[in-house]
Design a protein around this ligand. Sequence first.
Ligand code: ASP
Length: 314
Amino acid sequence: MARRKKKAFPHKAILGIEALSVDDVRYIIDTARNLRSVFKRRRIKKTPALQGRTVLNLFLEPSTRTRVSFELAEKRLSADIINIAAASSAIVKGESIFDTGRTLLAMSPDLIVIRHKMGGSPHFLHKHLEIPVINAGDGINQHPTQALLDLLSILDRIDTVEGKTITIVGDIKHSRVARSNVLLLKKMGAKVRLCGPPTLLQPEYATLGGEIFYDLKQAVEGAHVVMMLRVQLERMKMGYFPTTNEYRRLYCFTAKHLKLARKNALVMHPGPMNRWVEIEPEVADSENSLILDQVANGISIRMALLYLLLGEKG
Ligand code: ASP
């Protein structure tokens, strides 16, 4: 039987969710699953797919999960890696992102992974340096690899998100995770509910495609998936709620709330998690929780994207 021709990935960068078609998303998820199953079988977790390719990890905002899983994904694909973190980069001496990028380009990387506090910085680098870029989180704008790994984690448990109710709760205003997830989940046919205090969830967020709720009980009632978000204190220049206790009283996801959702509802959190503020440990560590699956799937999704952007093109 003739071998099916490998489909080409039509993108040179992963900057946000909008540019991806439903087919692209399915292709990324399938590639991540294939890579995951190959590595599951292997004792030595390495393939030469990106041998001789150099990936530059430019993390100019704090990161644990995303940074480590990108690095592991790159190592598993045998890429050469350059890591630059905020504290050790010349950016702290006042160098602009453009000059940092241009300097680094002189080292001939094949791809840049960037996390930056300014929204749009991955787009800026991609446009001006003409090099493949993956957005690892740009300010409050987007975190596309997080949304893709979240989708993979959900699809490992339920076969489709189409028609399913997915509730995202917390600091929607400052959450790039929420923005990327709403765009992706809507694209894939889910019904998305957004819930949080009115100061962190203005009615205009409905334009993203979610239904707005201010009451947690109503928002989670009958939901198939509940995704909790961290309160992003580092992005707040003023108080958005009177006290942490008040926030917890109204928006902390507890075992009682879980009972209102569907039987076997899935619980998610992108991390880092503030136990007792946005989620009760009993729920975070329950059988319904996908939180550790999300971390593990981060490696598979990032391997898939690196491979699709670099490996396939030879
Ligand atoms: N780790 C996620 C992010 O980088 C979520 C968070 O920080 O709360 O956006």
